[in-house]
Design a protein around this ligand. Structure first.
Ligand code: IMP
Ligand code: MG
Length: 369
């Protein structure tokens, strides 16, 4: 992974793959042109690297020149007009091959066609190393294409992000989500999870995702996923993991700019933990740690009975019920804890003490991630 200015990028196309694509373009063009001496026109700044590598590999005599896009302010202050400049050579009767680093919307290409309209060239062909078919909005034919790529921002091999990255010999793709700290918060009933989650989300600017809340929200608002979940709940069946994951995915996408997520109440099984890893991976991110708040059973029972006196929650009032909830919790989490232990991501925190003391312990762990 690399960082340019404020953004993170991941390796996408290796130098070897680029070289292979350039070789392929050279071969196609050389075989189409035969003994004709073409003029290769690179579009600066992006195509300097491609143009250099390309002409070094070109097996026959050729000419090379460059043109550059210049920005002007239009009549309206909001207007940014881009014009190509620098074409000084007489190209009458010549075969011209445009060498582009990337064709995205095709706006630059429209400019190329505009300035070549009045040149009496013999033929004008377009060659581009990278092409984003989903972004391309024009009808101009692309004669030679190196590599088709998805509509995501890339840097390297001539392409920049705010002037950085042009020098990289390989290509990197922007990360879907930027640098995030994602935590799974665990703890038995009464361990103080909710209280601590509130502090942590403020302190670290994390989005707190409680699966219970997400379910209630989707069902209440009758979202498609909410209705689907409800159909299982109404039948007395468990909601399939995929439905839950799809809901979490929607939450993550809603908050793609977040510093990270605090998952609460999920995952509860190995299958769910694996599904969460996959979801995070699809966002170019990961779970950094599972943090468990550990509190002795006797203390939990006391705390919950105390809470039961004021909360009015029936399941907080009966010691037998409380002990059973704790047993279910330990049976459930042991497996998920193993999952994260195997990835070296499990951290247990002593949950006994004042709220501030426990927050302090949690912060020490998080600051080290
Ligand atoms: P167009 O939209 O096809 O005109 O592309 C305009 C210009 O935007 C390209 O020549 C590049 O300079 C720049 N550009 C488009 N996509 C990317 C990208 O993914 N990374 C870096 N620059 C890009
Ligand atoms: Mg360009």
């Amino acid at each position: 992974m690399i960082k340019l200015h404020d953004k993170y990028f991941k390796p996408f196309i290796s130098a070897a793959e680029i070289e292979e694509a350039v070789d392929k373009m050279v071969m196609e063009i050389a075989s189409d042109l035969g003994d004709e001496v073409p003029v290769f026109v690179g579009i600066l700044n992006g195509s300097f690297m491609l143009t250099s590598d390309f002409v070094k590999k070109y097996p026959k005599p050729c000419e090379v020149t460059f043109i550059k896009l210049a920005s002007y302010e239009g009549l309206k202050s909001s207007e940014d007009i881009q014009r190509l400049i620098g074409l000084t050579q007489d190209l009458t009767g010549r075969t011209v091959i445009i060498l582009e680093d990337i064709i995205d919307t095709g706006k630059t290409l429209a400019e190329v066609h505009r300035i070549f309209k009045n040149e009496a060239v013999k033929s004008l062909k377009i060659a581009t190393l990278f092409y984003k078919p989903e972004a391309y909005k024009k009808d101009f034919k692309l004669h030679y294409i190196g590599i088709e790529i998805p509509n995501k921002f890339i840097v390297g091999y001539g392409l920049d992000y705010d002037n950085l990255g042009r020098d990289l010999p390989e290509v990197y793709q922007i990360k879907e989500t930027q640098h995030m700290t994602n935590l799974v918060l665990f703890g038995p009933p009464g361990a103080g999870k909710g209280t601590q989650a509130n502090f942590l989300k403020e302190k670290y600017n994390l989005i707190h995702i409680s699966t219970g809340d997400v379910f209630r929200y989707n069902i209440k608002n009758e979202t498609a996923l909410g209705m689907l979940a409800k159909s299982y709940i109404d039948k007395g069946a468990l909601v399939p993991d995929q439905v839950t994951i799809d809901m979490l995915n929607a939450e993550v996408e809603k908050n793609a700019d977040a510093n990270g997520f605090l998952f609460d109440g999920f995952p509860r099984t190995t299958a769910q933990a694996e599904a969460l890893d996959k979801l995070m991976d699809s966002k170019d991110s990961q779970i950094n740690a599972m943090i468990a708040l550990e509190v002795e059973d006797e203390v939990l029972v006391k705390r919950l009975l105390e809470r039961g006196k004021t909360s009015g929650r029936a399941d907080d009032a009966d010691e037998g019920v409380i002990r059973n909830r704790l047993k279910v919790y330990y049976d459930e989490t042991a497996i998920v804890a193993d999952y994260y232990t195997n990835q070296d991501k499990f951290v247990a925190i002593d949950g006994v003490g004042t709220v501030e003391e426990v927050t302090e312990r949690l912060s020490t762990v998080i600051d080290k991630l």
